[in-house]
Design a binder for this molecule. Structure first.
Ligand code: SF4
Length: 357
């Protein structure tokens, strides 16, 4: 009989499964704390459980781990982890240094502590959406990650670094909202007081614009932060660089974001990689100003990381500072996301592995 992997079950499911073996709910709670709060994956180390119970657990259950295959450290302190999954699929996660210049600025703006430690995690092996500026989009898409594989990225990095992660951004490989159910279950574990106890205000989910799921998040009143990869406010240009725009049009996407704000009262973040001649023109500035005056939002302006694998001839904008200054002069809330980990291909849009199992 296959053993059941307890890692990846939320508190309720852990209690329900253990109940089938007449294990009382307070034991389920202890087990949940051992796995997520204390990050222990060996039943023998769970000292407040009786010997008999540990024996039963070992017979019927397991606590799996994903394996760190490689670790690359950037000169700026960013660490990129390559993980090997149980089926030999590969994913990457990135641990961001606590005090990079832009996040200093953002921390001050958000009134958050400056000692936060952020991890960028993956939700799929590869990505089916093929954005032109993203290395992950050029990989073969394989599958969604399980809840266990999502949560374990954080647990393994915490164990390896010896530090407690305070912030999680779902901006790694894959489109998180195409793996909605597992994403929500994973966030439930991350935020649970007996789990990793991360505030939902410190969790950001970034989407390329999967409208039905944005509506769902709004209707279900999920309280994590939502970021939308916008990159252009021109329907045709956005379709050219983000094929998903052919399915979920920009105009409808903006409407769904307005709906999200009406329901949640949470300010949306728009991500905007700045490309030369494509989205850094005067008319683009005007469109951003118009949008930002029509709804509470902020813009994350991101430098483009060029790569020879990209099929379109995309170039980073030489007008970066001027563009940001123009928006700030017009009172648009603008954050500049820096290029943490660029030297180890860990920056925005650079995550990709050669073979994904
Ligand atoms: Fe997928 Fe996001 Fe990359 Fe687009 S930017 S290909 S949605 S991982």
């Amino acid at each position: 009989m296959d053993k059941i992997n307890l890692k990846g079950l939320n508190a309720e499911d852990t209690a329900i499964i253990l109940q089938k073996y007449d294990i009382p709910s307070f034991r389920a709670k202890q087990l949940f704390q051992w796995i997520y709060r204390k990050n222990i994956a060996d039943f023998d180390l769970m000292t407040n459980l009786s010997k008999e119970l540990r024996l039963l657990l070992k017979e019927r259950f397991c606590i799996e781990n994903i394996a760190i295959e490689k670790k690359s450290v950037s000169i700026d302190g960013t660490i990129k982890y390559l993980f090997n999954l149980p089926d030999n699929g590969k994913i990457e996660s990135v641990l961001l240094p606590p005090l990079s210049v832009n996040r200093l600025e953002e921390s001050a703006a958000d009134d958050e502590p400056l000692n936060r430690l952020t991890i960028c995690v993956s939700t799929q092996v590869g990505c089916p959406l093929g954005c032109e500026f993203c290395a992950t989009g050029y990989m073969k898409y394989k599958r969604n990650l399980s809840v266990f594989e999502i949560v374990d990225q954080i647990l393994q990095v915490q164990k390896d670094s010896g530090k407690e992660i305070t912030n999680v951004v779902f901006m790694g490989m894959g489109e998180p909202l195409l793996n909605y159910n597992n994403l929500i279950k994973a966030i439930d574990i991350l935020c649970h007081v007996e789990g990793l106890k991360i505030s939902n205000k410190h969790i950001t989910v970034s989407t390329s614009g999967i409208i039905p799921e944005i509506i769902k998040i709004a209707d279900e009143h999920k309280k994590f932060k939502l970021a939308v990869s916008l990159h252009s406010l021109d329907e045709d240009i956005r379709s050219k660089i983000m094929p998903i725009n052919n399915k979920y049009k920009l105009t409808e996407l903006i409407e769904s974001v307005r709906y999200y704000y009406r329901k949640t009262k949470l300010k949306i973040t728009f991500e905007y990689i700045l490309f030369d001649g494509l989205n850094d023109r005067e008319e683009d500035i005007r469109k951003i100003i118009k949008l930002s005056r029509s709804m509470p939002c902020k813009f994350n302006i991101i430098r483009f990381h060029e790569s020879e694998i990209f099929s379109l001839d995309l170039k980073g904008s030489p007008r970066f500072k001027e563009f940001v200054d123009r928006l700030r002069n017009e009172k648009v809330t603008v954050m500049v996301r820096n290029s943490s980990g660029e030297d180890i291909a860990a920056a925005c849009g650079q995550l990709a592995v050669k073979s994904n199992g």
